[in-house]
Design a protein around this ligand. Structure first.
Ligand code: G4P
Length: 529
């Protein structure tokens, strides 16, 4: 293929891609919605309930023993769906707050987010946290009010809550006909038509939709239609109509009403993703210079995964392609080390189902196997060197010293710790004082410790003991201040693998006292970048 032809091809392929994640508080229906999207794009033939009712399939995104036992989703991968002429890359994010660090990294790899809100609960803490990350990064957000089939809040009250608490202007594209708990259909605010839903048994199949003109809708639904039409007019008068520019700038959020479990409103979400969500664009490198999508291949690792397939203890590095074409079998360069990396095996992975990927374009996610040389955040490239900014790390709030139960297995212990570190399962901190044999695990949520402990025992054959440390706060500091901090009771400085020094404090009282007594010491918060 000539270079020009290839360039045109990349631009065309990139333009028809949408890479996004669903963010929500646990239980808002993320897994159910994911399945509904897979159903509507014919990636699966039948939806089965997430938590596995007898005789029904488990959701496709569950795979680790632990997550199955807990009924939560710990791991992240992506699902590629075809809709119209568009390729949708849905990146999976763990629902549990303890794994939010993982979710934040996934958000570094998307171009848009779908914020799922439970109609009865409104905005919940985890939704707010994830929303803040999206806002910080300028990720455009599509909001879906889910579970409208169940009694919940008033639609206009939900609009107010979103506007007040997120600062985003909600611009509903659909408006519910029937209150929460009596979901008959939606008013399509762009055409004025009534989209009437028909339930299927157990929501296992695509729910048929019927489009009716307003007069027929009024005759059919009576008051429910009149109320919807009146409220939609009110929204129009108050300026709550969709606007591309403000959506892409993260100022407004198109909003839809849905019932994932009944497959209502899922079709509309797919249309919005195709019509309104942004396609991949040039990505700034570490110096802020853009890597155009038509330049040679580049990608970054946003997620490492080990032991997904219990039969093959492989390591997968999930990369998001940023520019050029990914071709399986090509040898690319790891920007951090300058070393070559052979992409001999590549696959898309979602749950247990894997397919081999031969070609991938900007926006796509590829799982690279045998990725032991890679770390989370690594850039891979071909042609002109590029290094993308490091992925954000988050302020850990839980700390524990890890020790090998059997000291004679120290080699396995070290190998395991290095791997967990490369994958970002926990942050690894060390100090001369504590020594190499007693690294400190730092985590955003305590369940990260459980995963680390489980994997050290089962995968590396090096069981560990964890001793909790009584710290709750970590701040960035510099080497000059180490003696002063170490001298403080209830404080300690440890070095993270990336070289960052972290000052740990037992509680904010000690931190405040320390700050008062040592005003010259520089302590800066660790925040999402
Ligand atoms: P998550 O991934 O965000 O944690 O949520 P998940 O999809 O697991 O859904 C959490 C619960 O909410 C499930 O119920 C699911 O069936 C239910 N749910 C999801 N979407 C809707 C919806 O649109 N309407 C209604 N009424 N319920 C919804 P569960 O009781 O935990 O399990 P199950 O017995 O229903 O399978």
């Amino acid at each position: 293929m000539s270079q020009t032809a290839e360039r045109v091809d990349v631009a065309t392929e990139a333009a028809r891609r949408r890479t996004f994640a669903v963010i929500s508080h646990p239980d808002a229906g993320k897994s159910t919605l994911t399945e509904a999207l897979a159903l509507h794009t014919h990636a699966i033939a039948e939806a089965g309930h997430v938590n596995g009712k007898a005789g029904r399939r488990r959701t496709v995104s569950d795979w680790m023993d632990m997550e199955q036992a807990r009924g939560i989703s710990i791991t992240s991968a992506s699902l590629q769906l075809d809709y119209r002429d568009t390729v949708l890359n849905l990146l999976d994010t763990p629902g549990h707050a303890d794994f939010s660090e993982d979710t934040y990294r996934v958000l570094a790899a998307v171009d848009a987010a779908v914020m799922l809100v439970d109609a009865a609960k409104g905005l919940e803490p985890q939704t707010m946290k994830l929303f803040a990350v999206c806002k910080h990064r300028g990720i455009p957000i599509i909001t879906v009010i889910n579970k409208w089939d169940r009694p919940g809040r008033d639609a206009l009250a939900l609009m107010d809550e979103i506007a007040e608490r997120t600062g985003l202007t909600p611009t509903p594209l659909t408006w519910p006909v029937g209150i929460a708990g009596d979901f008959r259909g939606v008013l399509d605010r762009r055409t004025g038509e009534y989209v009437r839903f028909t339930a299927t048994a157990g929501g296992a199949h695509i729910a048929p939709e019927e489009r009716l003109d307003p007069a027929t809708a009024a005759a059919r639904e009576g008051d429910a239609w009149d109320v919807a039409a009146e409220e939609s007019d009110l929204l129009h008068v108050s300026g709550a109509d969709h606007d591309d520019a403000t959506f892409l700038a993260g100022i407004s959020t198109p909003l839809l009403f849905a019932s994932a479990v009944r497959n209502f409103g899922v079709h509309a979400l797919l249309e919005v993703l195709v019509d309104l969500a942004p396609a991949p664009d040039a990505r700034p490198d570490v110096d802020g210079d853009p890597r155009e999508i038509t330049e040679p291949f580049s990608a970054f690792v946003f997620k490492m995964q080990a032991g997904m397939d219990t039969a093959h203890r492989d390591r997968l590095a999930f990369v998001r392609v940023c520019s050029g074409v990914f071709e399986r079998g090509s040898v690319v360069t790891i920007a951090r080390t300058g070393r070559p990396f052979a992409t001999k095996y590549a696959q898309q992975a979602f749950g247990r189902e894997r397919t081999v990927v031969d070609l991938a374009y900007p926006g796509d996610v590829v799982g690279l196997v045998n990725a032991t040389d890679l770390r989370v955040g690594d850039t891979l490239h071909d042609g002109r060197r590029v290094e993308f900014p490091p992925l954000p790390t988050f302020a850990p709030e839980h700390f524990a010293v890890a020790r090998a139960v059997d000291p004679s297995r120290y080699k396995q212990f070290r190998r395991g710790i290095a791997q967990l570190d490369a994958e970002g399962v926990v942050q690894i901190l060390r100090s001369d004082l504590r020594g190499e044999q007693a690294p400190v695990f730092a985590a955003v949520g305590p369940m990260q410790f459980e995963v680390a402990q489980h994997r050290m025992a089962t995968e590396f054959n090096a069981p560990i003991r964890l001793e909790q440390l009584g710290y709750s706060t970590a701040l960035r500091t510099e080497r000059a201040w180490v003696p002063a901090i170490d001298a403080q009771l209830g404080a300690e400085v440890l070095e993270r693998t990336d070289g960052q020094l972290l000052a740990l404090f037992a509680d904010r009282w000690r931190l405040q006292t320390f700050r008062r007594n040592n005003p010259e010491v520089v302590l800066t918060p660790l925040v999402a970048a």
